[in-house]
Design a protein around this ligand. Sequence first.
Ligand code: MSP
Length: 637
Amino acid sequence: MSFYVTTPIYYVNAQPHIGHAYSTIVADTISRFKKLCGEDSRFQTGTDEHGDKVYEAAEKAGVSPKEYADSISQMFRDAWPPLTIEPDNFIRTTDAEHIKTVQDILQKVYDKGDIYLDDYSGLYCKGCERFLTEKELVGGDCPDHQKPPTLITEQNYFFRMSRYQEQLINHIKSNPEYITPERYRNEVLSFLKEPLEDLCISRPTSRLTWGIPLPFDDKFVTYVWFDALINYLTGIGYPDGPDFARYWDVAEHIIAKDILKPHAIYWPTMLMAAGVAPYKKLHVHGYWNINEAKMSKSIGNVVRPGELVDNYGVDAVRYFILREMSFGLDASFSTDALINRQNSDLANDLGNLFSRSLTMINKFGDGCIPEPSLTESEEEIDLELVQLISDMLDEYTDEMNAFAFNKALQAVWKVVRFANKYIVENAPWELAKEQDKKQRLQTVLYNLAETLRVITLVLQPVMPETSGKMAAALGCEIVPKLQEQGKWGLLKPGGKINLGPALFPRLDKKALEANQEKSQKTVSANPADTQDQITFEDFKKMDLRVAEILSAEKINKSDRLLKLVVNAPEERTIVAGIAEHYSPEDLIGKQVIIVANLKPAKLMGVTSHGMVLAAKDRKKFVVATVSDEVKTGSKVS
Ligand code: MSP
């Protein structure tokens, strides 16, 4: 059986945070689970790189949109391996194949008569990159961005979405699991009770050039959503690649509730118009809030997954977010809750079971998996353990298939806790004291090892690293086909075990808090600044120097960029986005501060070897200088 899971492709106007990490960990986990069950699974993620938002962010950063997209897209790509997220494909909407696929589909839908040119006046929200209806506004503002939209009138191309409304309603009604959980299906159906408006799918190049040109009118680029959604097809080689035939019918998309409408309404109707079968399922999850507040850069509470992994380890993070959120509902993130889970579920329950069992096998079983005695395994508590594991496998499989990761993990932890109780009730250290209890001791130890083997299997999709450590310690392999491998009694007696370090350390909350407080006090007095803190070691990596500007000239076709040649003390070229604030002649002879070890970048055809620092407020923009003349090339520290 095949399976194809996707995450949203993330905008490259912000760096990855815990919300992006959640969708991507869910996709990685479900893909690993399907593989564990012996299925052929493909998992795709990537970045969404066109549109106003990215264009503006690039302008602000003083680089071209492509360069900007390259750098943030790379940050997303780099964010996943430390979280043991292993996508089979990472797609970018600036990839040549994607541009071609989007244009092919546009042409197809246009030829069919489902795209037409018309005048349009509407309330446009830049943050959402779409026109909003009056109904969507709250107090005149966009509810997501808390800003009033702008009234825009222009000619544009429209997609006849309305034509597919009935067909979409019928599809959702006759496929109860098309959109899950049910609350989101209901939300979509209730939205579809009102007549659907056609969708504006172009932007005039006079307003935006950073997009895919319409194949039938080069005065327009494609609206970013019409472009982005098609990534799910491009990534598997639509229309005639073998992977398309293999994976499209089984495509399952994972998104959060913020992008329900484009996925549940635009996308299926686009597919209908293009003559492509609908995707199989849409899984919609809730939002992560931080200590009950919405995560936002301005509040300064953005949680970066990389920092969490550094502080707590990858599997504590994966386990926590899958165990803590009930898929479909919002959840609250706090390091307190993470530490509690690590201490109770991971260090106390799982970690203890593992280390106690292995230590006892080492001590009382000569470091080898003991031989159980069949007659002895008739003990009631053994039967209960075996039954519990078999029930757990069924429950775990059902809950994983239903994306109820928290419930799947609860089912596993029932076994973990029971096995800890099993140790206490059987007291192997007492059995070891009596010669005639040797057989029983062997059986108890075998049962513990076998329980751990099954736990190792089911934890693999959620905590691949821990599961790998457990398998290595038990000397067993993780083989796909969970239903067969989960059967009791497959662990071979006689195999050597390998004692290793504890799986999870217990965290001392007080010490961690004290540490955190200390670093906050020394680095920043303002809590809002702590989100992107760097260490002194990081700061030391920057090569800041005083440079003298030798020459300055405007760069052809750019209103913002100046080409500067500076002495620092060697001669180098720097491209600076300051042309709107300084004329070239005002700059010559000025001492400015530069970042000398910035990776060279090409801007409008000129390679820049560094960056000039500047400060701005709402009225002024000034380059940073020194208060008295110093030797050029002096270090700034
Ligand atoms: N580029 C579009 C998606 C196009 S898909 C064809 C986009 N990008 S985004 O960068 O804004 O990512 C939105 C997605 O990131 C959400 O749907 C969700 O998967 C994830 N999350 C972002 N913030 C989140 C939380 N605070 N909580 C949970 N997930 C969140 O929209």
